[in-house]
Design a protein around this ligand. Sequence first.
Ligand SMILES: [Zn+2]
Length: 73
Amino acid sequence: MVWLKGCPKCRGELTDNKDTYGYYIYCVQCGYHLTEAQIGKLWTHTLNRKAGKPAPQPQPQQHDPYLATVYYQ
Ligand SMILES: [Zn+2]
């Protein structure tokens, strides 16, 4: 599986692989390896998209008035 522009570091392409150490996802461009938490999030998002569910919307953080202003305009 390949995720276009999925790398959190450089927006490069992510791909998954499996070896004797287990399953992992890494960036083809910069070599960044996703953490287990990031892999879980990525798969949840991927499966939701396949099921036709909308992508999660960014939630404004109450302690950050600038972000709240941007999201609500
Ligand atoms: Zn990258």
